[in-house]
Design a protein around this ligand. Structure first.
Ligand code: GLA
Length: 664
């Protein structure tokens, strides 16, 4: 983003400041100013604390300590960044921002000095508007760019996140370029992070303005939000590169709103997309499972690969996605990701990934840290929301690794990617497959499947003496689902064993026993859903969505009309009901809740199994409620889906007012 002269000055300044890591000597010939040649890695407090009291000096110092003590610094995490609410709501008489004396009694410079003393770098936040985003926030940088940039430089800031709130409709390019120039004028090298949520397509104009730019609205600590953001970001791969990265927002790993399987997918997706890796959880309280994910150096190496290419989607079908990222040494990193609710097999090949022809390849599993050989096929049977990540190379020693086998169980569902529903007192058919992807044969292959005390019987052979390349042992099993089971999740356990190498591959198949479907016409807020996922906070019953905790919304209000009944969602989201073929119609008055002023755009859809049966089109906050009527006759599952209408999900408080279902 800066010119050459600036880069040299910057390098000199760093040396003078005595900081641990100066830009490389090659800065003057590298793209831009030599900063952020790989995606920035570090910490930001926002996702863990928002403006809560625990955001303070002790936290920031504690994170810096943990970065060093736990080896996260050695793993590449470098920046310790402050977000909103570090300053008081008023500037001082000199017009400067004032650090909040309760959170930061020794000021910001003292904290920056502490972070620097650990050989780390320090980041700060403000908004390219008249005020930052939080109601408890502080005056933004609009019109104060140079004064604020000078203050930040005097603190010893190495990274600025520049937000988008209260921007007074001033042109984004102008706002961000003005701050870029102000930072440049300070003479201090400062990574510049544009946080304008992708509203003005910064990927098209910001490569010489900032080192990274947000591509989407804010991430929430839930799977729907993470998935939605990943999908928006992965199509932008052509715009990223050294010194200019797409930023799908900070990590939620460890914050508790997703399972470890989902957090592994989140981290793997961010790494394959060469996204900034900014830890967003309070590491002082993190579990070993959280550290296992964040410290996975093989996954980090994919993110930080010096070639600096963002991974691309090579295929996507039925919710099974394959992303590939070329690496500097010629290897390919591949992420197989199952976004749906049912186990599914994702498949690609060395040829499809663009590897040169070889009789065999080494396929390194970046989560289990095991090496396998493959003839060409790269496949994994993945649980819902699960992923597998491999580094594939045309390695001459491929034959020394055991053949890669992928094993798993698949169950029929009512639409591709649906929850695997089983009904108590009935039998269900499950198919297990064990496929040899190796060049060498797999020998003495055995397949087993057991239920949680249920009767499970094979209907076809469960072993094979030998499986050649691409051959499968497929077994059909009859599973007796006992009567009287209570609603919930149940796990079937599968296993494949083979030679050479005494390999044992265990796996699970989770199935769902639903609650009873509605037996009579009812408001949906009085019916128990099967699952619900929301952009922010929980889905509310007979209230609007207040974004954080259950019950924190208001009376549902669309364009001045209030409703006693309904569901308060936040896009993007899904609310799914088990209807067992017994319901005929869903009706609702849909719209964006008044509580967000004029903001928010949403679409509302109703799906009967795999078919969309109603679509509101784009609704804005200025529009009245739209009556929606959907024929769901015969459906096993009915979904109410909200989307962000393609413009990010800021303020997308999506009301399904008077949502009603007719069943018999
Ligand atoms: C915006 C940003 C977030 C965070 C908050 C702080 O919503 O997109 O990342 O910085 O503001 O108020």
């Amino acid at each position: 983003m800066f010119n050459r002269l600036r880069a040299v000055t910057a390098a000199l300044c760093l040396v003078t400041a005595g900081l641990a890591s100066a830009p490389p000597a090659s800065a003057s010939v590298s793209p831009g100013d030599g900063l952020a040649l790989t995606p920035p890695m570090g910490f930001n407090n926002w996702n863990s604390t928002h403006c809560g009291a625990e955001f303070n000096e002790a936290m920031v110092k504690g994170i810096a300590d943990i970065f060093v003590a736990r080896g996260l610094k050695d793993a590449g995490y470098q920046y310790v960044n402050l977000d909103d609410c570090w300053a008081l709501p008023q500037r001082n008489a000199a017009g400067d921002l004032v650090p909040d004396p309760v959170r930061f009694p020794n000021g910001i410079k003292a904290v920056a000095d502490y972070v620097h003393s650990k050989g780390l770098k320090f980041g700060i936040y403000t908004s390219a508007g008249t005020k930052t985003c939080n109601t408890a926030g502080f005056p933004g940088g609009l019109g104060h760019e140079q004064q604020d940039a000078n203050l930040f430089a005097s603190f010893g800031v190495d990274y600025l996140k520049y937000d988008n709130c209260n921007n007074q409709n001033v042109d984004a390019k102008l706002r961000y370029t003005t701050m870029r120039d102000a930072l440049r004028n300070t003479g201090r090298p400062i990574v510049f992070s544009l946080c304008e949520w992708g509203q003005n397509k910064p990927w098209e104009w910001a490569s010489d303005v900032g080192h990274l730019w947000r591509t989407t609205g804010d991430i929430g600590d839930n799977y729907t939000s993470m998935l939605n953001i990943a999908k928006k970001n992965w199509v932008l791969s052509d715009f990223a590169g050294p010194g200019h990265w797409n930023d799908p927002d900070m990590l939620e790993v460890g914050n508790g709103g997703m399972t470890d399987t989902e957090y592994r997918s989140h981290f793997g997706l961010w790494a394959i997309m060469a996204a900034p890796l900014l830890i967003g959880t309070d590491l002082r309280k993190a579990t070993p499972a959280t550290f296992d994910i964040l410290e996975n150096r093989e996954v980090i190496a994919v993110d930080q690969d010096p070639l600096g290419v963002q991974g691309k989607l090579v295929k996507s079908s039925g919710g099974l996605n394959v992303l590939v990222k070329p690496l500097k040494n010629g290897d390919k990193a591949v992420l197989l990701f199952n976004e749906g609710e049912t186990t599914g097999r994702a498949v690609t090949s060395a040829a499809e990934l663009g590897l040169s022809r070889s009789p065999g390849y080494r396929m390194r599993d970046l989560w289990t840290h095991q090496d396998w050989q493959t003839a060409n096929t790269i496949a994994a049977t993945l649980p819902p929301h699960g992923s597998a990540m491999f580094r594939v190379s045309a390695d001459r020693n491929w034959a020394t690794y055991p053949p890669a086998i992928d094993a798993g169980a698949i169950i029929q569902t009512s639409y591709p990617g649906a929850l695997p529903i089983v009904t108590p007192g009935t039998t269900t058919s499950v198919t297990t497959s064990v496929t040899n992807n190796g060049r060498l044969p797999a020998l003495s292959v055995e397949s087993t499947l057991t239920g949680p005390g249920w009767t499970v019987q094979p209907e076809s052979p469960t072993s094979a003496v030998l499986l050649r390349t691409d051959q499968s042992l497929s077994t059909k099993w009859t599973v007796q689902v006992p009567p009287g089971l209570s609603p919930g999740k149940y796990v079937l356990t599968g296993k494949a064993t083979y030679q050479p190498g005494n390999v044992v591959l265990p796996y699970n198949l989770e199935v769902v026993v639903p609650g009873a479907p509605p037996a009579a016409p009812a408001f949906l807020s009085d019916v128990k859903w099967l699952r619900a996922a929301n952009g922010y906070g929980p889905v509310e019953l007979d209230r609007s969505n207040g974004e954080s905790k259950a019950g924190d919304g208001h009376v549902i209000t669309i364009n001045g009309v209030t409703y006693a009944k309904g569901l308060g969602a936040h896009a993007p989201g899904v609310i799914e009901y088990y209807t067992a073929g017994r319901c005929t119609s869903v009706t609702a008055d849909v719209g964006v809740d008044d509580e967000k002023g004029n903001n928010g755009t949403v679409t509302f859809e109703v799906w009967a199994d795999g078919t969309k049966v109603a679509d509101s089109g784009i609704l804005t906050n200025l529009m009245p409620a739209k009556p929606l009527q959907a024929d769901v006759t015969g459906a096993t599952l009915v979904r109410l889906i909200t989307t962000d209408a393609g413009d990010g999900n800021n303020s997308d408080h999506a009301d399904w007012a008077n949502a009603h279902i007719t069943c018999n």
